[in-house]
Design a protein around this ligand. Structure first.
Ligand code: AFP
Length: 325
């Protein structure tokens, strides 16, 4: 039995998005995510696990699925005539698809985030954002997150969920394999203001800056500590999975700049990890900073720039920012 009473993604896009080229692009991205979901599901059967002998621009070993997901995403963009440029985690240079005109789209994406989780069958995802070219012949893809038109992601977990915002509502659509469609199952997702869960890679504790060490120490000291309540900790090592949990039930995600990753500027990538997730976070009523400043107000300076990330329930994010000042 299918959830036939749920609105479909394509119907919702046709109703809510007035620009037909943007509807076409979003439909194309959703269908790329569907193809990637299928490739993830059958990766062991298709002999697509393990690593290749290539590394990406970040110096990380590429998985066959990283490359396949990138190809599937790029193929989906191909018929979208207003896409001028694509920036992918897996490709060093920006790919120009046409000579840019005012109003054309720039798509930034991480085709398969958290791909170290594939071989252990845990959730991975695709993250993307769309912005527009501001003037004819403008080749500037490094725009502030505040200028985004759209951000979203797909999580490939027990079900495939496509989460999308145009800056107002954040809606989640579950892939219904029988109906052949993404159906609206999580309308108007909101991040609870307060939280009692945090997500951080504790193995890096010795490198953390003092405010982060203090925040975590306060959380884990439980009802008798300064927070006066018990906190839970969860870490999936897949931003999409950790973020989806926080979007669904609240919490805070931290990947700070620390003593070890300081020279690179942090771990997570600004253009296709931090900015899209920050845009979704704010649209869902949460907050997203680099520890102090709003991620959406940062001016990117390089395509594969890294950044510290603290995002989730706004009360927790503000508390951490206040401790940094
Ligand atoms: P990959 O996409 O290269 O697997 O990176 C995943 C990631 O950028 C993000 O999704 C996780 O939150 C983070 O790295 C995990 O980092 P640790 O390796 O420190 O757990």
């Amino acid at each position: 039995m299918t959830g036939a009473w749920h609105a479909s993604l394509s119907k919702m896009l046709a109703q809510r998005v007035s620009d037909p080229d943007l509807v076409q692009l979003l439909d194309a991205i959703a269908s790329a995510c569907w193809s990637i979901a299928r490739a993830v599901r059958t990766s062991a059967l298709d002999d697509n696990q393990g690593s290749t002998d290539t590394v990406n621009v970040q110096g990380e070993a590429q998985k066959p699925l990283d490359i396949l997901a990138n190809d599937l995403f790029m193929q989906a963009l191909d018929p979208c005539s207003r896409v001028a440029a694509a920036l992918s985690e897996e490709v060093e240079e920006v790919t120009w698809l046409k000579s840019p005109q005012k109003g054309d789209f720039i798509v930034s994406f991480d085709p398969l985030d958290g791909s170290s989780n594939i071989d252990v069958d845990l959730s991975v995802g695709t993250i993307f954002s769309i912005s527009t070219i501001v003037a004819d012949n403008d080749q500037e893809v490094l725009q502030k997150g505040r200028n985004l038109l759209v951000a979203g992601y797909a999580i490939y977990g027990p079900s495939t969920v496509f989460v999308l915002t145009l800056g107002d509502f954040v809606d989640g659509f579950t892939l219904d394999l029988e109906a052949d469609e993404f159906l609206l199952t999580y309308p108007d997702m909101r991040i609870p203001f307060e939280a009692s869960e945090f997500a951080i890679n504790v193995s890096r504790q010795r490198h953390w800056p003092q405010p982060v060490s203090q925040y975590v120490a306060d959380c884990i000291s439980g009802p008798d500590g300064p927070r006066g309540k018990a906190f839970n900790m969860r870490w999936t090592a897949s931003l999409v999975a950790d973020f989806h949990r926080i979007l669904t039930r609240g919490g805070v995600f931290l990947y700070p700049v620390d003593e070890e990753n300081e020279a690179e500027g942090g771990k997570l990538r600004l253009m296709y990890e931090a900015i899209p997730m920050a845009f979704i976070t704010e649209a869902a009523g949460g907050a997203a900073t680099d520890g102090i400043d709003s991620i959406l107000d940062l001016q990117p300076t390089a395509s594969h720039q890294r950044v510290g990330v603290v995002l989730g329930s706004s009360d927790e994010v503000q508390r951490i920012a206040a401790a940094h000042i």
